[in-house]
Design a protein around this ligand. Structure first.
Ligand code: 5RP
Length: 237
């Protein structure tokens, strides 16, 4: 292994330790006896494993991806269908998920793992969004991470053309189909100074299923792990 790849592996290990620390801290926000909304991604995988240790103290989970559902079940946690939960008038007090970027207003770019649509749905069905990140995800302005946009396949070129007109450079995610059977465009080069406006503009285009901006509904709480510990930042109303 080269010196460069050893250094990269050490950085990844360090980042994994931080992700695990943020995930562990989120257990304090889980409401005993209630359902938990569960996001997707490598940070959430650590959270699911922590949740496994307290599975007897929760009523089950509502999941945002097939991958998270599989991991929840392998941790002995029942995964409930969202429609059944909503129809029964059951509460989902907390939704825990990671982010690709988060700004000081707790607005996020999500969808690096391609689960953005179900993530937005489960977040909307939950009372409180707890975002778990390592400090590398904090930014002043969203957009350095390419913005994921889930699109219906036949609208891919049309949406890409409109994203170019907004100043972005969309690239179709290679060999990737979402859990909903759609495609993802990853849009580089956007400096998103008004995330609420950008979210609502892109949302309205025919063929767009979901834009990976979580700005109109930001996180309520972020747990940021760094070398000095896990910082809790509540959203200012
Ligand atoms: C998946 C997501 C993830 O939350 C986001 O990509 C962060 O992932 P990770 O925890 O692996 O860094 O939005 O669609």
């Amino acid at each position: 292994m080269s010196v460069v790849s050893i250094a990269q592996e050490r950085r990844n290990m360090d980042q994994d330790q931080l992700k695990r620390a943020a995930a562990k801290a989120a257990i304090d926000d889980v409401v005993p006896g209630e359902l938990v909304g569960v996001g997707s991604g490598s940070t959430v995988n650590f959270f699911i494993d922590e949740l496994g240790a307290i599975r007897d103290r929760i009523a089950g989970a509502v999941s945002s991806s097939e991958r998270s559902s599989d991991r929840l079940r392998s941790n002995g946690i029942e995964v409930l269908d969202l429609n059944t939960v909503v129809a029964a008038g059951r509460r989902v007090p907390v939704y825990v998920d990671g982010a690709d970027e988060i700004n000081p207003r707790l607005q996020m770019i999500k969808g690096g793992g391609g689960a953005l649509t179900r993530e937005k749905i489960v977040a909307a069905a939950s009372e409180k969004f707890v975002c778990i990140v390592d400090a590398s995800k904090q930014v002043e302005v969203l957009g350095r991470f390419p913005l994921p946009v889930e699109v219906v396949p036949m609208a891919c070129e049309l949406v890409a053309m409109r994203l170019r007109a907004l100043g972005g450079t969309p690239v179709q995610r290679t060999g990737f189909v979402t859990d909903n059977g759609n495609l993802i465009l990853d849009v580089a080069g956007l400096s998103i100074t008004d995330p609420v406006a950008t979210e609502s503009v892109i949302n309205q285009w025919p063929g767009v299923v979901t834009v990976g901006l979580f700005a109109q509904s930001a996180a309520d709480l972020v747990l940021v792990a760094s070398a000095s510990g896990v910082l809790r930042i509540e959203r200012r109303q």
